[in-house]
Design a binder for this molecule. Sequence first.
Ligand SMILES: NC(=O)c1ccc[n+]([C@@H]2O[C@H](COP(=O)([O-])OP(=O)(O)OC[C@H]3O[C@@H](n4cnc5c(N)ncnc54)[C@H](OP(=O)(O)O)[C@@H]3O)[C@@H](O)[C@H]2O)c1
Ligand SMILES: *[C@@H]1O[C@H](CO)[C@@H](O)[C@H](O)[C@H]1NC(C)=O
Ligand SMILES: *[C@@H]1O[C@H](CO)[C@@H](O)[C@H](O)[C@H]1NC(C)=O
Ligand SMILES: *[C@@H]1O[C@H](CO)[C@@H](O)[C@H](O)[C@H]1NC(C)=O
Length: 319
Amino acid sequence: MSTCCLLAVAVVVGVAYIFRHIVVKGKRCTSEAKLHGKTVIVTGSNTGIGKTTAIDLAKRGARVILACRSRQRGEAALAEVKRESNSNRVVFMQLDLGSLKSVRSFADTFLKSEPRLDILINNAGIYMQGRTEDGLGMMFGVNHIGHFLLTNLLLERLKQCGPSRVVNVSSLGHNFGKIDFDSLNTHKALGLGTSFWEVFQTYCDSKLCNVLFTHELAKILQGSKVTCYSLHPGAINTELARNTSSVLQLCLKPLTTYFFKNTVQGCQTTLHCALQEGLEPFSGRYFSNCTVREVYDKAKDDAAAKKLWELSERLCGLA
Ligand SMILES: NC(=O)c1ccc[n+]([C@@H]2O[C@H](COP(=O)([O-])OP(=O)(O)OC[C@H]3O[C@@H](n4cnc5c(N)ncnc54)[C@H](OP(=O)(O)O)[C@@H]3O)[C@@H](O)[C@H]2O)c1
Ligand SMILES: *[C@@H]1O[C@H](CO)[C@@H](O)[C@H](O)[C@H]1NC(C)=O
Ligand SMILES: *[C@@H]1O[C@H](CO)[C@@H](O)[C@H](O)[C@H]1NC(C)=O
Ligand SMILES: *[C@@H]1O[C@H](CO)[C@@H](O)[C@H](O)[C@H]1NC(C)=O
């Protein structure tokens, strides 16, 4: 009996160990690309996978712009990224994606002070209901519209510096997403509910927007030297759940600590999309575990992608 128990425990421990060290860990970005003379923007790079992405790119010699909303957290991250990468070519520039004004002022400052842009990594993301400064739904506004405006304002510079890339950090959650155009038209939000499921649904909807955008952008960029990719980084132990209920956080912590990727593992697919040689034919596609993936029809729906693009242009005053 006790031998049986021991054996069972050993099997469970063994499976958990293998799961963690093979499945969870995932593939690494194997590109050895060096980035001397290149400039990269990483949004939301003061913590989580944005920060580890920035450290890796700085180690490769890139000039890295940390685009973060909090000056205090941004400057703390600046010191850490410089130290970890042993590079001084790292700068902090304030960017709040929940404010169209801030996005415009960031783009202005950037375009005036930086001659190049080679890689734009739209990484920042939020998991929280509420409204942005401009009255948009928080997750729609930050995860989608803020990045939409940013990408559009920087597109000319990316084109001038081609071959260049735009990388959009989306999520597997986009599979559960839907885009409720009625809600967007009346409330400028993907959903208004605050229950657990409603918040989760709205997050997934905003991540579907990222994938659809990449789809539409790739078409717009055809013939230019700019390519774009969206991706799922994996399930990662970061601060993303910080604004969910404390009970949920308490229950999740042990699981995320053991069974989720750490932030170095979590940034590998972003690095792959930003650096891997020969990805150009896959522009507009979606990646996970450093591999290109098929998506459901709703995530490559031409009509929905175009409609969302036009609506987004109107909402951020580009049209
Ligand atoms: N963790 C996962 O399991 C997972 C899974 C799938 C996809 N993702 C995606 O991965 C990306 C990175 O997330 P993470 O897991 O590293 O989360 P994180 O640790 O919470 O980092 C998110 C970053 O986004 C920034 N941010 C939030 N709102 C912003 C705003 N209005 N303006 C500018 N920056 C803002 C945060 O800044 P503050 O520190 O100032 O809040 C932070 O730097 C997100 O797009 C997320 O949706 C994560
Ligand atoms: C990622 O790919 C590696 C190597 O191919 C594989 O061992 C691992 O199971 C994959 N992980 C996930 C989550 O798909
Ligand atoms: C990234 O997503 C944003 C917001 O969804 C969108 O505006 C932008 O065009 C996308 N870029 C790429 C390369 O997918
Ligand atoms: C979100 O969580 C952070 C960190 O715990 C906290 O500082 C912030 O006030 C929270 N924001 C809201 C609106 O709950």
